[in-house]
Design a binder for this molecule. Sequence first.
Ligand code: MTE
Length: 320
Amino acid sequence: MLVKRAPDLTYADVTPKSIYTNRRSFLRGLLATGGTVTGWKRLLPPLPGSGPGSVPVKLDGVVRWPYSTGEKQTSYNDVTTYNIFYEFGTGKKDPSENAKNFQTSPWSVSVEGEVRKPRTFTMDEIMKLAPLEERVYRFRCVDTWCMVVPWIGYSFSALAKLVEPTPKARYVAFQSYYDPRQMPEGKYSGMVLPYVEGLRIDEAMHPLTLLCVGMYGETLPNQDGAPVRMVVPWKYGFKSIKSLVRIRFVEEQPPTTWSMGNLQEYGFYSNVNPNVDGPRSSQAQERRLGEYFRRPTLMFNGYGDQVASMYDGMDLRKYF
Ligand code: MTE
């Protein structure tokens, strides 16, 4: 296969030809002609098991980010078979099994709200907006497991600057894709979907906050949030929203999926903090996938030098 450099890559290029040229997707393409993405999705009857899905494809031209952790990386197998993606089921193995046919092309992300230049980015544009960097981050989930993952993407601020947030933008609200026909397990998740998350504007603009389009040298597998997700390494994993379709700059603190409904024990900030217990258990220790022994949890997941000053003067037991 001819490998193109990232700047020359179109998002269609990252869906293998054998898949996107199959007969059904060709028919779907015909139906799509002249319609918007949501428009044609509404027109189509469900075709179980027939979607082109997206299979991870090598990303070329990815530059090394100089601040990556040198710690042992978690195996690709663990990171892609032990997931939380409630739209595809609540078991840790469910997303890898149920997201196989998730259609992630075409894809676009709308950016709106308190911005001077609202805009919808196609996935092609997102892939080329800034140099793609490989950033190896520690990633900590709330149920005490954690991992070390070579994510690929760039600082979210690169996208945010293009839309020029106004002084009224104090928070950023994120929304995931949700289509009950592609994600039939979602309705049994007990969650209000689409999945929504939020960050304070300074957190969103922090250079560590990653707009993520790949991992382990390739585009994202469906179960890990294809085609584009957030990764916020000093916060519990649920802040790192998957399969993003909408970003809104807002004045007020936005609602978040885990703090809505019966799940009010989850705070808005959700900074990794060994001193504040989680909803079900102590967060003082953690276990890396693939390891047996537990380790002590680090404040801000070990990123305190970079991020702690954003919370100066805040009682982190209250704003957990
Ligand atoms: N995003 C969406 N849309 N739906 C989800 O269920 N789960 C969150 C987060 N993003 C979730 C989501 C939680 S609880 C975690 S821990 C991480 O994704 C898990 O990411 P991973 O499966 O890639 O490890």
